[in-house]
Design a binder for this molecule. Sequence first.
Ligand code: NDP
Length: 607
Amino acid sequence: MSPQPDDPDRSRFAPEELGFDPEVLRAKYRAERERRLRPDGAAQYRRAAGEFGYYAADPYTERVDRETVHDRVEALVIGGGFGGLLTGARLRQAGLTDIRMLDEAGDFGGTWYWNRYPGIHCDIESYSYLPLLEEVGYVPQWRYSPGEEIRQHAIAIAKHFDLYRDTLFHTRVTELRWDEEAAEWQVRTDRGDAFRARYVIVSSGTLTQPKLPGIPGIETFRGHTFHTSRWDYGYTGGSPDGGLDRLADKKVGVVGTGATGIQVIPHLGRDAQHLYVFQRTPSSVDVRGNRPTDPEWAASLKPGWQRERMDNFLTIVTGGHAETDLVGDGWTSSARLQRQMLSGTVDTSLSDEDREYLDEIADFRKMNEIRARVDEVVTDPATAELLKPWYRYMCKRPTFSDFYLQTFNRPNVTLVDTADHGGITRMTENAVVVGDEEYEVDCVIFATGFEVGISGVLSGTLPVYGRDGIPLLQSWSQGPKTLHGFYSNGFPNLFHLGSLQNATAVNFVHILQEQATHIGAVVAEARKRDAHRVEPTTAAEESWIATIRAHSRDTYRFLAECTPGYYNNEGKPRPHTNSFSPGPVVFHDLLRRWREEGGLDDVLARA
Ligand code: NDP
């Protein structure tokens, strides 16, 4: 009998029973990790700023001059992505009329504003990912929505909740300063605005600033170049649906094969005269199976359907139990493998050691399937070998595509593996160089991802001065201090959205929705009680930090053994995860109980 997934009897996991040798795979993973580690770690990248600022410029909306703003609003929401929009919506529902939304982009949408590359799709099922579907009265047209449909939905939310009324787009907050006497924030921006807000909600995202590899000679390249999050359709032709007709006579190089690269590369392969894919670490690429929404199914949906589907998905992907799997896709079927990385319910019937061992076996099996799929699809065996990922499933964001691997069977597509050189060696005026090999190209497209900043507040790009003018980063010099990730002592009425000391999950919009609901409830209660300050005590912060630290060991160990990437700070994971490890389902329940059982009494103070 073949070993059962929850049977801890290791004698039954002999290589001949399993069909593979765990020790051989472990050694292979270690070797591949070593091959990819770079001594410069996260310092290998360059900001798309200064001399590289054009990589981050907005190609979609013209920046227009406007009058500066000098007024007072009740709430300022920084960030017009789903986090900001959801918070704006909940604040409206809490009765606030005076809400100002602000973003560096030219419109709402956040990541879906910036990322419009060909092939862009949501990799989470749209019926769970797109928020407030029932409130706005929309059912997505595809199981996995194209980016433009998601962007239009963001706009629809803004219109539905009247959030365009007082927006400041193409604007960046340059300073937040607390005025203790007035109990409000003084806000300054890069457009010369100076206004006041009682509440400030920071939802500026975690993966927003495009990053470039620090390739020697990158600045000498004379061909065309851009980052995937600022797609230049003027150069390529076509649209997010493809049809990049101006590339027909161009040799194109694309750098990066993460979640973005996987979606872009099939279009570039189809339309460029020749495509060079510069790969350092291959992604795991599973089956997608996108399909249009069945109109009969859409018509049959009963009120409350989205909440039920979102809860069901979140429960399953974080390792909890649900009677039925409503979504039934690559995420829910690999839930067990996400548990260690993204946290969740822990199976307490097994010892830690047995659980980890069994999870690892399940992981090897999944990755063997992923690697076998490469052999099935890619006809050239040498190329297939290079496309196989050798690491645990959640070391990098898993990807899904029915077109990516197939692209490497095209005669005009060349895979260039750069792993032995730690990436691209250098660039010249007209070529990309890997080792001694030179690849002449007309255009280089960087699918090289984003800086990981837990909001501008932590990265220092948004300076915050709290009570007595104390800078937030000074107050957090020994590490972030919050209650539930939302607010900090000394910085009243300032709310943060994001995973820091809060929760995380693959469907991060679900997390944002819960955060927005919580903030809406806290602000509504503050208004009801006429409390002018929302601020936790230092004791509440300390207790919450202790709770976060108590559970963080598992994730750290897992990440420490992973191949480098942004998940593990390029091979050097930080000592604790900074999210609540028992998982979002437990966390959301904890928050609900906290609100119901008098927690608000501790953070609301009357003037
Ligand atoms: P990633 O950071 O995941 O990928 C960057 C890629 O660039 C990697 O393949 C990396 O290789 C490669 N790279 C970096 N430097 C070099 C170099 N010097 N030479 C060669 N290659 C290099 O960025 P993505 O934009 O792909 O994805 C970021 C995140 O955005 C995803 O993880 C996901 O969370 C989100 N996303 C979500 C989507 C969705 O549908 N919901 C779609 C797209 C993105 P290496 O791995 O070796 O570092």
